[in-house]
Design a protein around this ligand. Structure first.
Ligand SMILES: C[S@@+](CC[C@H](N)C(=O)[O-])C[C@H]1O[C@@H](n2cnc3c(N)ncnc32)[C@H](O)[C@@H]1O
Length: 285
């Protein structure tokens, strides 16, 4: 029988240090001492999957030739916190539609307006953006668009690509959007809904670690959403990430962070224009 089921292995201090140092240096996720039990709880699933009975065994495996190739991606699925919702912090979507799209749309009349959802989790933010852009297209003749969602967790990216959610997840989606952009299962008992192809075709997802030295995105963006993600990082990493995000913003472009986050003391040429919405200088006087 699997030994790991007999007793729950405890995360000792030495293993905790090694794991938390590995996680912060590779993924930027800051695991303070008071999160030790949470890390123990979350990584227990990995010990069971690997049939290990102690965290020392897990650490040895992680740093082995095979482990270092395979384990970080699986570990991060357990360690990252992926809470998200459709139209989370709804004021941001109102600002986008009422103020920012009318300002920037003209520049994309004959092209594609790209928006980046960085730290997109399971895709709800990216699809909420797509609903706004698609509606704007219909009502105002707005431009064609593409939403790029990125994350480090393979589990959430797979869910985002599948685009299948539960009816309960749709509370913040208004009835018009729900009717227009979601498919119901033919099985009347099913509570699943799926984003319609019309939107899925406009959204793509990929792995991108915000700790990467530079962001190899295919565009510079007029709008980047990076919400409820900066809180993971310590001050230095946060400031570096903001610098790299700004480097992928067009002059005059907008960076959205969460209402619970702040860029205070990170004056990097951004101006606060709405609550938690920053504008990059456009180089004009
Ligand atoms: C709490 S969710 C936020 C989702 C969405 N932006 C929202 O506001 O609802 C934060 C996401 O950031 C991702 N994340 C954490 N560290 C990251 C990193 N180093 N690079 C990219 N994404 C990361 C997590 O996997 C998680 O899915």
């Amino acid at each position: 029988m699997n030994k790991a089921y007999f007793h729950k292995p405890l995360l000792n201090e030495k293993a905790f240090r090694k794991l938390s140092e590995f996680i912060i240096s590779n993924f930027g996720i800051n695991i303070s001492d008071n999160k030790k039990e949470l890390l123990e709880f979350r990584l227990n699933k990995r010990l069971i999957a690997l049939n290990f009975s102690s965290f020392d065994q897990y650490v040895d495996y992680l740093f082995s030739e095979k482990g270092i190739q395979q384990e970080p991606a699986l570990m991060i699925n357990e360690v990252s916190t992926n809470k998200t919702d459709f139209f989370r912090e709804p004021m941001h979507f109102k600002v986008l539609v009422d103020t920012i799209l009318p300002e920037i749309s003209g520049s994309y009349k004959s092209g594609i307006l790209p928006i980046w959802s960085a730290g997109c989790s399971s895709g709800e933010e990216a699809y909420s953006l797509a609903m706004c852009l698609q509606n704007y297209r219909t009502t105002h003749g707005g431009p064609d668009y593409h939403i790029f969602g990125s994350d480090i967790s393979g589990t959430v990216l797979t869910k985002a690509v599948k685009a299948i959610y539960l009816m309960n997840d749709s509370i913040a989606i208004n009835q018009d959007n729900l009717k227009r952009f979601f498919l119901r299962s033919k099985n009347n008992l099913s509570t699943e809904i799926r984003v319609a192809r019309e939107l899925r075709d406009k959204v793509s997802f990929d792995y991108l670690n915000l700790m990467d030295k530079e962001y190899k995105t295919s565009h510079t963006y007029p709008v980047i959403f990076c919400r409820n993600t900066l809180f993971y990082f310590d001050k230095n990493n946060r400031s570096e990430i903001v610098r790299k995000l700004i480097s992928r913003l067009k002059p005059g472009g907008y960076l959205f962070i969460s209402h619970t986050e702040s860029l205070i003391n990170m004056n990097q040429g951004l101006k606060l224009v709405f609550p938690s919405v920053y504008k990059k200088a456009d180089g004009k006087q």
